[in-house]
Design a protein around this ligand. Structure first.
Ligand code: HEM
Ligand code: HEM
Length: 200
């Protein structure tokens, strides 16, 4: 497998960035949904700090991922994909990128406008990106929460589409985002085999 994307496959770096973001978002979401119901105390403060630091890590990862995407490009659509499906997939992908930015940024705005401090894993402080304001805090909090439910809905549709391609279309859509050799490289399809002459 190459580091860079090729015309028909995601390279190692794009795959790593994709699956690292999936794991990170899952952890941040589980922590986020749990922490809001905890009783006030030192554990709650610690878990909020972890949520925020992981969220900021995702923000850097997504920035890196977009830079890599513009540099390394993307594979061609899998052969046989109808144009309308390509359009929907592309719109969904860019919406996912937008939400991967909007969630950490709205969290950061909420944190700043509520007047809370922000540290990265206890290592250094991050600046406030908004003035203290009750209105802005309410707005950014709502964006953070509803943005998360929108992300979840899109991710479910996105992962559902990947499994649909894999199980029912039996094409390379999911395989080319996973490490290992492609099915078509292991076993050429009948169409790609040279014609064998008739026995008689
Ligand atoms: C992809 C990144 C992120 C995701 C998926 C995410 C997700 C969530 C979720 C699901 C909640 C619970 C919402 C609720 O039920 O009320 C939450 C709450 C919260 N998040 Fe995030 N978050 C992310 C990044 C951040 C960042 C970077 C910060 C701060 C710098 C942050 C600050 C907060 C705060 C302060 C709350 C609590 C809000 C409250 O007390 O009602 N989040 N987040
Ligand atoms: C938090 C969850 C996820 C996010 C935010 C996410 C985001 C993305 C984005 C933005 C792309 C487009 C890459 C580009 O064009 O630069 C992509 C591609 C892809 N994702 Fe995800 N993804 C998530 C979860 C999943 C899951 C769970 C699966 C499968 C089970 C999956 C399978 C794929 C596949 C197969 C592609 C490549 C599609 C193609 O080659 O056309 N993703 N993902």
């Amino acid at each position: 497998m190459t580091l860079k994307n090729t015309a028909d496959r995601w390279g190692a770096i794009s795959q790593l960035l994709h699956w690292a973001a999936v794991l990170l978002i899952a952890a941040i979401a589980i922590i986020g949904l749990t922490m809001v119901d905890m009783n006030n105390g030192p554990s709650k403060i610690k878990i909020y700090a972890l949520h925020k630091s992981l969220g900021l890590t995702l923000l850097s990862l997504v920035a890196l991922r977009l830079l890599w995407r513009f540099y390394a490009g993307a594979p061609r659509p899998v052969a046989g994909t109808p144009h309308w499906q390509e359009r929907i997939a592309s719109l969904t992908h860019w919406a996912l990128y937008a939400l991967m930015f909007a969630l950490p940024v709205s969290g950061w705005v909420f944190n700043s406008s509520s007047g809370y401090p922000l540290q990265y894993f206890g290592l250094f402080n991050l600046p406030k990106i908004a003035q203290r304001s009750e209105e802005l805090a309410q707005l950014s909090r709502a964006l953070h929460e509803y943005g998360f439910w929108l992300l979840l809905a899109l991710v479910l549709a996105h992962a559902g589409a990947a499994f649909y391609h894999h199980l029912f279309q039996n094409d390379d859509t999911l395989r080319r985002m996973l490490p290992g050799r492609r099915r078509t490289a292991d076993a050429p399809s009948p169409a790609s085999l040279p014609e064998t002459p008739d026995a008689n």
